[in-house]
Write a protein that binds this ligand. Structure first.
Ligand code: ADE
Length: 235
């Protein structure tokens, strides 16, 4: 096992979906994967491997926020040989161009996290970006399924409860679509260790209008996004 994942070598697939919530990982494995088995329960951060259309896929909870997601991305790639990581999560919309339940594919991720400033000694504002091939495939897959995907930049914030909502408006002025809490880490770590990464999100709450989805709505739209992610992972 690695420090935070209890799998034996070979138990995790090269293609991994990463929801923040470990119970979402369980739900994805039970709902979508054939012959899914649980390979890790360490810290309750569940991980499963099964098959989608005959291809091995794993689903690993990442926890919330950049520090937690960084740990799982790092260990999946460096300890288990993962090559394709697709985050499947939720986001808050920053612009009225988005509506509740819309699907977003994050082309790039700005962040207020200090982790990349430390990586580059505060000298470079590194731009974490999605793998272009995965991004293109996800859009094609969604089109085939008749689902609109909004492709654009997002913010990976350290704080869910912000003291600076005014910054969200400024970011929206610069085209940033939505806020979540993990994508910048996923993109940066994948780039550093030569893996491919993509973040797909559904809009769970609207920062501008204050609207929120119900638990039932979240499950339904989460499912559509998971199907796009699975098709993308095995293409
Ligand atoms: N994930 C879902 N909604 C969010 C929000 N409003 N802020 C940060 N992450 C989120």
């Amino acid at each position: 096992m690695s420090t935070h994942i209890g799998a034996k070598p070979g138990e995790i697939a090269e293609r991994v979906l990463m929801p923040g919530d470990p119970l979402r990982a369980k739900w994805i494995a039970e709902t979508y994967l054939e012959d899914a088995t649980c390979y890790s329960t360490v810290r309750g951060m569940l991980g499963f491997t099964g098959r989608w259309n005959g291809v091995e896929v794993s689903v690993q909870g990442s926890g919330m926020g950049i520090p937690s997601a960084s740990i799982y991305a790092h260990e999946l790639i460096n300890e288990y040989g993962a090559k394709t990581l697709i985050r499947v999560g939720s986001c808050g919309a920053l612009t009225e161009d988005l509506q509740l339940r819309d699907v977003v594919a994050a082309i790039g991720s700005s962040t207020d996290s200090n982790m990349n400033r430390m990586r580059f000694d505060g000298l470079i504002d590194y731009a974490p970006v999605a793998d272009f091939g995965l991004l293109r495939t996800s859009v094609e897959v969604a089109e085939r399924r008749g689902i609109t995907v909004h492709v654009g930049p997002i913010l990976a914030a350290d704080a869910f409860y912000t003291d600076r909502p005014d910054l969200y408006d400024t970011l929206a002025d610069y085209g940033v679509l939505a806020v979540e809490m993990e994508s910048a880490a996923l993109y940066t770590i994948a780039a550093r260790f030569k893996a491919r990464a993509l973040t797909l999100l559904t809009v769970s709450d609207h920062i501008k209008t204050g609207e929120k989805t119900t638990a039932q709505e979240r499950e339904q739209t989460f499912g559509q996004m998971v199907e796009i992610a699975l098709d993308t992972a095995v293409t």
